[in-house]
Write a protein that binds this ligand. Structure first.
Ligand SMILES: Cc1cc2nc3c(=O)[nH]c(=O)nc-3n(C[C@H](O)[C@H](O)[C@H](O)COP(=O)(O)OP(=O)(O)OC[C@H]3O[C@@H](n4cnc5c(N)ncnc54)[C@H](O)[C@@H]3O)c2cc1C
Ligand SMILES: NC(=O)c1ccc[n+]([C@@H]2O[C@H](COP(=O)([O-])OP(=O)(O)OC[C@H]3O[C@@H](n4cnc5c(N)ncnc54)[C@H](O)[C@@H]3O)[C@@H](O)[C@H]2O)c1
Length: 496
């Protein structure tokens, strides 16, 4: 049933003197979203499955990434809303953040999510054996050793779902910096902070620290913040940062060093946009400069699985150079998102049992971040759409024309909807503003159903909601192709 069944290959036999007898159809390395999905799927298909995890089930997502950052983002929103409470006639004093309590809340919510998900229970109920005994490394093509216990576990197939970790820049003084996974380990809220990198993680931490009252400097090598987002989204988020007093430095040449100053402050020396050396002095430096796969000590070279410094190479079936070794989640260096990792996990778990029968396409993959304002995206950016479909249509509706945004006085932002020239196929959606990611998800569902603008234009969105902006943008697109808005109302927004 399972491919790659030769458990007696010479490499494994040579290293196998301490094998404890455990031998499985599928061994999954890593118990984050991708690894758990792979294990449950393989077990569902009748395979005997073991999961080995170095630290704690749940992976980056639950323990150090999405969940903690989401709690910090919620805290930032609370502060914002408390600060504007007076506008509603609600008198409160200046809010004060108590860092230790904020951190305790983060840690408490992580435990709540663990309890709600009960991943260990789910694995046990599926008959999956779980070993949380330190990092695994290959000792042979069909065997791994767990560093914490010395246990050797053998498998016919392996799914590597090892995720990643923050990129270490390797400049002098790196040890004086921290990374997003460890921001809640900072002893105090820094009065000032440099955020290095303004991608998914960095942009969110800018909003968090700025709302918390830290003075924030962003250092970004790309010419704009959120470099992979739609350009108008980047511009809107950057404008909001600047409005909030954040010092945004884009297009820098890179970091040169981090030095410790008297009193424990840090000096970040970097090459400025004009090529000269510049510096900022801050209380903390958080490096959010990318997310390479966690390959250290995995022993890929021992078994002949090729990888770059950042990712393990796979084919469209998530298979590596070795026919019995598969990859799921962040370790493949592609999407870097939980929902994609889960789909990869199901694919890798399936293929590890049945052979290369399925693929993960990730054709409609919404994502975004809890900056202030939020942003969300799905499909092609406007630039990418115009390159591939020069005659595509783009409609943009400012939040200022959306009644819910006016009611809440949260009129910063817009929804941009991109379709083919006849408005018949949705190509992308990009939103900035309150609930931007939820707004974009409505479009994602329509894209998944192969709907065009007409479906969205004729959906009777509840009033007053943020998602209603989707209907307005779709109506503008219909108007642009000479079809009236369904209720006869003049189309709102611009389409071109
Ligand atoms: C700060 C931050 C915020 C994020 N927010 C979001 C978000 O809001 N939405 C979103 O979709 N994504 C978010 N992400 C990305 C998301 O966390 C990842 O895409 C997701 O966790 C990937 O799942 P995974 O299973 O591939 O890897 P991980 O969740 O990283 O799990 C990998 C597991 O493998 C274990 N492991 C590694 N090496 C070994 C080894 N040799 N032996 C045994 N075990 C090993 C690790 O301990 C870990 O538990 C965020 C990431 C960060 C850093
Ligand atoms: N809401 C979400 O979905 C979410 C949130 C956080 C993280 N994530 C995931 O977590 C992973 C890590 O996110 P990330 O933000 O670290 O990576 P990223 O790749 O999104 O962003 C890295 C940023 O650092 C910049 N950079 C690189 N080297 C630099 C240098 N030397 N100096 C200054 N800037 C530099 C890059 O230009 C880029 O803007 C990603 O896989 C992402 O998908 C997702």
């Amino acid at each position: 049933m399972t491919p790659g069944t030769d458990l007696t290959d010479p490499q494994t036999a040579a290293a196998g003197s301490e094998v404890d007898g455990s031998e499985y159809d599928v061994v999954v390395v890593g118990a984050g979203p991708a690894g758990v999905a792979a294990a449950l799927r393989a077990a569902e298909l009748g395979a005997s499955v073991a999961v080995v995890e170095a630290e704690r089930v749940g992976g980056t997502c639950v323990n150090t990434g999405c969940v903690p950052v989401r709690v910090l983002a919620r805290t930032a929103r609370l502060l914002r809303d408390i600060r504007s409470a007076g506008d509603y006639g609600v008198q409160v004093g200046d809010p004060e953040l108590v860092w230790a309590r904020t951190v305790a809340r983060v840690r408490g919510v992580v435990e709540d999510v663990h309890a709600a998900k009960d991943l260990t229970g789910q694995l046990a109920a599926a008959g999956v054996v779980l070993h949380v005994e330190g990092r695994a490394s290959f000792t042979g093509r069909h065997e791994i050793r767990l560093a914490g216990s010395g246990r050797r576990v053998r498998g016919r197939s392996f799914v590597l779902a090892v995720g990643g970790h923050s990129r270490v820049l390797g400049v002098p003084g790196t040890e004086l910096t921290t990374v997003p996974e460890h921001v809640v380990d900072l002893p105090d809220l820094p009065a000032s902070v440099a955020i290095v990198g303004s991608g998914y993680t960095g942009a969110q931490l800018v909003t968090v620290f700025s709302a918390f009252g830290s003075r924030v400097t962003v250092l970004e090598v790309a010419p704009r913040v959120l470099p992979s987002a739609d350009e108008d989204v980047s511009a809107a988020v950057a404008a909001a940062f600047t409005h909030d007093g954040v010092d945004v430095r884009v297009g820098i040449g890179g970091l040169q060093s981090v030095e410790e100053l008297v009193g424990g402050r840090r000096r970040v020396v970097f090459t400025g946009a004009d090529g000269g050396a510049e510096h900022v002095d801050v209380d903390a430096v958080v490096v959010c400069a990318g997310w390479p796969a966690a390959l250290e000590g995995l022993g890929l070279e021992t078994v002949g699985v090729s990888a770059t410094r950042a990712a393990i190479g796979t084919d469209q079936h998530q298979r590596t150079d070795l026919e019995h070794v598969w990859v799921a989640g962040d370790a493949d260096g592609r999407a870097g998102l939980v929902q994609a990792g889960v789909v990869d996990g199901v694919v890798a778990g399936t293929n590890a049992v049945l052979g290369p029968t399925t693929t993960a396409r990730h054709e409609v993959l919404p994502s975004g971040g809890f900056t202030d304002p939020d942003y969300g995206q799905v499909g092609l950016t406007e630039r990418a759409a115009r390159e591939r479909h020069p005659d595509c249509l783009v409609a943009t509706v400012p939040y200022a024309q959306l009644e819910r945004a006016v009611i809440d006085r949260r009129t910063t932002g817009f929804l941009k909807l991109v379709t083919t020239a006849d408005a018949g196929r949705l190509l992308g959606a990009h939103a900035v503003g309150e609930e931007a990611l939820e707004v974009v998800q409505v479009v994602a569902a329509a894209m998944r159903a192969d709907a065009g603008a007409e479906v969205l234009a004729t959906t009777e969105f509840a009033y007053p909601t943020y998602t209603a902006v989707v209907g307005l943008a779709a109506q503008a697109l219909l108007a642009a192709v000479g079809r009236a808005a369904p209720d006869g109302a003049p189309a709102i927004g611009t389409a071109s």
